[in-house]
Design a protein around this ligand. Sequence first.
Ligand SMILES: Cc1ncc(COP(=O)(O)O)c(C=O)c1O
Length: 420
Amino acid sequence: MLNKTKVSDPLLYEIVGKELERQKHNIEMIASESTVPVEIMELSGCIFTNKTLEGYPGKRFQAGSHVADELEILANKRGMELYGCDHINIQPYSGSTANYAVYAAILKKDDKVMSMKLDQGGHLSHGSKANFMSRFFNFEHYAIDKDTEQIDYDGLEKQAKEFRPKLIIAGGSAYPRLIDFERIAKIAKEVDAYFMVDMAHISGLVAAEVVPSPVPYADFVTSSTTKTLGGPRAGFVMCKKEYADKLDKGVFPGSLGSMHLTTMAAKCWLFEYAKSEKFRSIMRQIPVNAKHLAKELENYGFRIVSGGTDTHIVLVDVRNKNITGKEFDDALDYVGITVNKNQIPFDPEGPNVTSGVRIGLTSVTQRGLREKEISEIASIMNEVAENVNNKEKLDELRERADKLIEDFPLYSDEDLKEIM
Ligand SMILES: Cc1ncc(COP(=O)(O)O)c(C=O)c1O
């Protein structure tokens, strides 16, 4: 794939090669990451990159669009089949822009929106103060229950009845449990609000029917394609039939410019691949591995937020080990296990230090790791936590981690020839 770059820009080729080596030897456990099939890389750089296009099939602003029309129509068809939705728009560049497209479609300046708190599992694009959307809309955040560390649905209902939002958002980036979409949809209906689910993290698990789908309950469902779905760096959004026109206008011209036809081609391939038994069996194993890791870490004395997981995410409170999330994240990175420091609900520490880490099981499951290897990872993690400042011990653990991942190649030799 990079034969020409190798000659024309050896320095850049070397940097890409270094990243490949890093990924090969690393145990990647960042919850938003995945290891994509080579076709995704091929299509993400395919000839469609030369084409500029705005609008929709049959209503384009540029000539020469008939082949791209074919692509977009096929991708839409495959996406709609995969999720059983009334309408899909696959033009969003990412999960965040998919969310902005829904806001553009249905909200006016200063409209009220309710979403999950960022430090309790929500996402920046759901109206965090740090995100510019908070300047245009009036966001209020619902919380999780302090005891169960799961969404406080009664509290959400009470708050919605008082606040009367125009939109309620469910879904987040560090919420390991199932969300009762039906219940929130009912609340939204009662207060005459739209209901949007951001399923960015779980869209692969939803596609494989491993977790319940929000599609029957939500007016709008947004997603990125990079997380459990394991696709290109992009997004998409679905909606009920009656909102199709509104949504399409919210995407273009409402919030985006010309479409990225290359990642659209990759999404087209992905939506078909996600129907395969190969994809579905990986998705089934992900929560099995995640539950196993949660149990093992709990046995080593870590506290698991919400007491477990139903998805690919394990959120770990590391305070029992007398370390911070940042210290644990740094030490794990040193031994070749990448996770991210993450605030836990009601965290006394700020986002740069944190009391927890978020661990994702997608990439390791794609590489073929099962319960036996997850037990070894948990054991290494525990020793890392107890030796964050002991370089000699960390070096030993680095060897153990490398030995473990060596048997589970990132890509086959044949694929590696394609990649570089
Ligand atoms: C719930 C949620 N929504 C949206 C996003 C943003 O997706 P992207 O990075 O594709 O813009 C993320 C990313 O972490 C996420 O967790």
